[in-house]
Structure formats: C-alpha cells, structure tokens
Write a protein that binds this ligand. Structure first.
Ligand code: ME8
Length: 512
C-alpha cells in the first residue's frame, strides 16, 4: 500500500489561532482526504510549538505561568481542528514528555557524531522569529523576516551547519522537486551559495525550553526543538530506523513561505547529521492578508476562523480558502469576498444543481430513476466533457493546485447546470417521460462523480449527497465508477442556502 506522512507546521501558542493557521491545516486535511481516497495509507499530524523566549514573554505579560499559558492556547488550536473538521491522526505539543525525550535523544546523537560544539555567539537577534542575523542581513534595521532586532552575545552550542553546504546543494540537485514551488527553492539555493555559518542551537537568556542534555543552563534552540516534532510523531527514537519506516519515506511538510528556510535547509542538515533521510518534499504556500493588510492584533483585522465555521459551516470556509487563494500566492481574506464566493460557487452552482435535480426527482418521479438503456449523442458528449474536467482536476490536486482543482470541478458543475437548462426535463414530463427519466439518471450519475471529488473539500455536504445517491458509497476514487442502476432519492434539504447580504446581520464580524 502506498504511504504518505502529511504535516502542518506546529503553531506558536503566543496568540490564539487565526485564518492563516486554519488555512495550512485545511490544505493538509484536503490533501490527506484526497490521498486516502486514492488508496494511500495516510499519517497526518499537526500541533503546537510551545517553547522559546517569545512564548515565555507572552506568558509573563499575561501574568500566567508558561505551562498554564501554553495549555490554554494549545487547547484553542486543538479545538479549532474540531470546528474545521480536520482528520489528523496526531496532535503534538512540544511540552509533552514524548517530545522532550526525542529532542534529548536527537541532540545526543548529533553531539556523538561530532556536529555540536560549545562556542560564543554575537549577533542581531530577532525575538519574534527566534533567529539570529548578521549585520549585512538586516533590512532597514530589521531582520529579513521583518522583526525588530537587538544585539546580543551568548555562550552557546553550535551545530556545524557549514559542513553541509555542498551536501545540501547536491541534495537539491538530485531531488529537483524537494522544494515546491521552484521560486522558493531558488531563494534557498542563493542563500546557501552566499556561504553557510554554523548555527547557534542553544540559548541561556531564558529558561522556557527543553534543557540541553548534561548542560541544563542552556535550553535547546526553539527551531531545533520544533522541527524535531516530525520525528516525535513518527515514534522516534523507539521507532529508530526511520530510513526504512513506511511513513518517513514519503514525508511532505506543508508550510507558509516564511518558514521554508527552516524546513528546507536546517531540517535536512540536522537529519543528514543524524543519518536520517531528509523529508520528501517541502510545500510552501503564500499568505492571507486581511482586508488588504497583514493581519495584526493592533490593526484589529485578525480573521477568526471559528466565527466563520459557526455562522456558515466548516465546508463553506474550507471551500472558500482553497478556491480563493491560488496555491503559493498571497490573497485577501474578507467577509465580502467570502460571501460572493459562497453564493456563486456553493449556493447558486453546486447547491442549486443538487437541489433542482433531486427535488425534481422526488416530486415527479416517486424518487426513483433507473439507468437508461441507450443514450443520445448529446448525453455522451456531456458525460465525456464532465469526465475530462474531472480528470484534469485530479491531475491538478496532485500538483497542489487546489484552486485550479476546484475551478475544474466548477466547470463540470456548470456543464451539468447547462445540460439541465438545455434538456428541460420539466417539459418532458408529458411529452416524453422515458427521456425525462434518462436525463435525470444521467444527471444523478454526474453529480455523484463531481461530489466524490468535492468530498475532500466539503466533506459534510458531500457525504449527504453521496449517501442520498448510493447508500453503500465508498470514499474511494475509482476510474469509471458507476452508481447503482436503480436509484431512489428521498427528501433533500438545501445544502448551501444563499446568504442574503442585505438581510443578514454580520455584527459578529465587527473589529475586535
Ligand atoms: O512559524 N497566511 O509558527 P506560527 C497564511 N512555530 N498562512 C499563515 C498565515 C497567513 N497570514 N499566518 C500563519 C511557526 N500562517 C513555527 C513553526 S514548524 C516546525 C514551526 C500559517 O504560529 C503558515 O503555515 O508563526 C505559517 O507557516 C504558519 O502558520 C506559522 O505559524
């Protein structure tokens, strides 16, 4: 059986989750569901990144013990998974014992192999992003990641990153798809070509972290701690032989574009040092802006995914996020954009197709349609076009083109709506009832195929439709799948009632 291990980044617990976190998690969930449908044995993990100076400070500012502070915020991230209907297999917190054990083991291994030494570090420290930078890397007095910096000197342990410069470049060359999309790869390669310095991997200026084995004045650098989560959830070190592990052979890390360097450079270097194979692929997406600006508490434009789930349902939010943002690019999140997309794609297009076909069958045909004995040329053309769009969609999701995937499915929905308009089954009731039933059966079968592909994105609505058409449906994608020859449709609730912008009261979205 094919296997795949899909991961989200583990999110910092210094503030509550927003739409950006929801996005990566939903992308991974959609991909995981799609992979399961195509026969993969999937492992899917997410979680929270709970150590570091930034979190210690946020806890201090709130006058709460760091452990209690992280417990509370981590719970919000965990709760979000339920709201979003996420099918993760594991939720890791870096404050868990299992993780601390993995990090200590990993540290000792890197040290044994001669890749860790004690030294002194001076540099410009970006606290927000927990990273040091050299003077020449600063941009307008800030770190290249945009955070404020302060000059600091610390005694600390170093990882011999410089030893991996050539191995990394060679690795990217041999694995041209390792960093997706290519633009991100070019950034990493040009960064490495400027020369890699050794990396400071311990801190002494705060204590909220995993103590360095045998030198507890130091805590492990938060990125070494955080990246190792992927090994923890894969059972390391008890499950020691990762190179022969069925999931580790095909690990895909989904990340936002700002953390590609950590995943595509530091992480493979740490792993190479430990003789563990680097992940299969780092897949980076762009950023959501909110009403045109970077989301920030001070601007008051942080978008809360839970509000959207409560008001419109998780399916609607999942659909909007995947369809609106071309994968890899930045995009704008706004209530207006959400409602437009919801009404056009879900209410008027897919929802309307299901409603009109199903209600026509339940009202006029005793809820029953059967497979036609023969089809007209126009039927075959219609079915072929739907199949073509759906085949193209499958190809696109395999390349992480989620928005284009939905665009192709939308095309097949619009073909089906056109077919209804053209065939006018309501006019056939008296004149040609046999033809009317054939047309309706053909439509039901196309809806079934379309819905299967919508399942990863809108699982709740999709399962209602699949069950309605075929009570013994399976969540598997089968080439040329047919529905039973005899289908009975019962009463059917509208899936996505239209949102009336004027009538609805959206005070709930007023700035916090
Ligand atoms: O970086 N648009 O955690 P983090 C899209 N703990 N995605 C966004 C986003 C936005 N506006 N804002 C956040 C960390 N994200 C580390 C990761 S992994 C070993 C450690 C998503 O809480 C996106 O996936 O800052 C981004 O990479 C991640 O949240 C950053 O979350």
């Amino acid at each position: 059986m094919k296997t795949i291990f899909i991961t989200t980044p583990i999110y910092y617990v210094n503030a509550k989750p927003h739409i950006g976190h929801a996005y990566t998690t939903v992308v991974c969930d959609v991909f995981a569901r799609f992979c399961r449908m195509t026969g993969f044995d999937v492992k899917f993990s997410t979680g929270t990144d709970e150590h570091g100076k930034k979190i210690e400070q946020s806890a201090n500012n709130s006058n709460i013990e760091p452990q209690k502070f992280t417990d509370d915020i981590s719970k919000l991230f965990k709760d979000l998974l339920g709201y979003l209907n996420i099918t993760n297999d594991d939720f890791i917190r870096t404050t868990e014992l299992r993780h601390k054990k993995t990090v200590s083991h990993f540290w000792n291994l890197l040290k044994e192999k001669g890749y860790i030494y004690l030294g002194e570090y001076s540099g410009w420290y970006d606290m927000k992003n927990e990273a040091y930078f050299a003077e020449n890397e600063l941009i307008d007095g800030k770190s290249p990641l945009g955070g404020d910096v302060q000059y600091m000197t610390e005694k600390c342990y170093f990882f011999k990153l410089s030893a991996f410069q050539d191995r990394l470049l060679d690795f990217y060359e041999k694995n041209p798809d390792f960093i997706y999309p290519t633009q991100r790869k070019n950034e990493v390669v040009s960064f490495i070509k400027q020369g890699l310095n050794d990396l400071a991997i311990s801190r002494t200026t705060f204590s909220w972290g995993i103590p360095v084995p045998d030198d507890p004045q130091h805590v492990v650098y938060v990125w070494l701690d955080a990246l190792t989560n992927y090994l923890t959830v894969n059972g390391y070190p008890e499950n020691e032989d990762q190179n022969n592990d069925k999931y580790w052979q095909n690990v895909i890390h989904f990340v936002g574009k700002e953390i590609v360097r950590f995943h595509a450079l530091y992480w493979p270097a740490f792993l190479m040092a430990a003789n563990i194979n680097p992940p299969k692929q780092i897949v980076a997406h762009g950023w959501w802006l909110s009403e045109g600006e970077k989301m920030s508490k001070s601007v008051g434009n942080v978008q809360d995914p839970i509000k959207y789930c409560k008001l419109f349902g998780s399916d609607a939010l999942r659909y909007f996020m995947l369809r609106e943002l071309p994968f890899g690019m930045d995009g704008n999140f706004s209530l207006g954009g959400f409602i437009n997309r919801y009404n056009s794609a879900l209410a008027n297009s897919y929802g309307n197709l299901c409603s009109r076909v199903f209600s026509f069958i339940t009202k006029r045909r005793d809820g029953r349609v059967t497979r036609p004995n023969n089809m007209k040329e126009e039927d075959i053309t219609f079915i072929d076009e739907v199949d073509k769009s759906l085949r193209e969609a499958i190809n696109l999701i395999q390349q992480y083109a989620f928005s284009k995937y939905l665009e192709k499915i939308e095309r097949s929905i619009s073909l089906a709506n056109q077919y209804v308009d053209y065939q006018k089954p309501w006019t056939l009731k008296e004149s040609d009832p046999k033809r009317m039933q054939d047309v309706l059966f053909i439509l039901v079968e196309q809806i079934y195929k379309i819905t299967k592909l919508l399942f990863p994105v809108i699982p709740i609505a999709a399962e209602k439709v699949l069950k309605q058409i075929n009570p013994r449906y399976e969540l598997k994608l089968v080439e040329g799948e047919k529905i039973p020859d005899d289908v009975i449709i019962s009463e059917f609730e509208p899936l996505f009632p239209k949102i009336d912008v004027k009538a609805e009261n959206f005070d709930v979205f007023a700035k916090e």
